[in-house]
Design a protein around this ligand. Structure first.
Ligand code: C2G
Length: 130
């Protein structure tokens, strides 16, 4: 069985998130999703996500294309997560292109094109302007 792993915040879940998860699943037989915790987000972006980690996880784990979820507590633990979950492929959107090549010694690493014209940041801006 080919296991695929991907990571993300998936805040204000939108079509770009769905597309990457569906495409990631198609690259193997089993999809594991590491969901960035609120604390990790705060450390990266200096703001909390709009939706809590519990709500973000509740949404992702119900998707047909997702087989397993866990919380990503730290960016530095990526190698451990990949190894512990027994992942064969790491998939990320191409905004991360090249950033995870260091893991090519333990799994395949694929960057898929992002869905154009949608992002959590843009959604927040649109809603703010209404
Ligand atoms: N994505 C996409 N198309 C979009 C928006 C996002 O394909 N229009 C992809 C991103 O490339 C990423 C995934 O959806 O692979 C999740 O995106 P984010 O929630 O923005 O994830 P991020 O905050 O970048 O967290 O350890 C890595 C981080 O946890 C990734």
């Amino acid at each position: 069985m080919k296991k695929v792993i991907t990571f993300g915040t998936f805040d204000l879940f939108h079509i770009g998130h769905l597309q990457i998860l569906k495409r990631a699943r198609q690259l193997g037989d089993y999809l594991i999703v590491g969901i960035s915790t609120d604390a990790l987000n705060f450390s990266k972006k200096q703001r909390n996500p709009i939706c809590s980690q519990q709500h973000r996880m509740d949404i992702i784990k119900e998707l047909k294309c997702v087989d397993e979820v866990f919380y990503e507590d730290s960016l530095e633990l990526k190698r451990n997560y990949i190894r512990d979950m027994g992942a064969d492929i790491l998939v990320m959107g191409d905004d991360w292109a090249g950033k995870f090549d260091e893991f090519k010694d333990i799994c395949d690493v694929e960057y898929l094109p992002r869905t154009p014209s949608i992002s959590t940041t843009e959604l927040i801006e649109i809603v703010r302007e209404i």
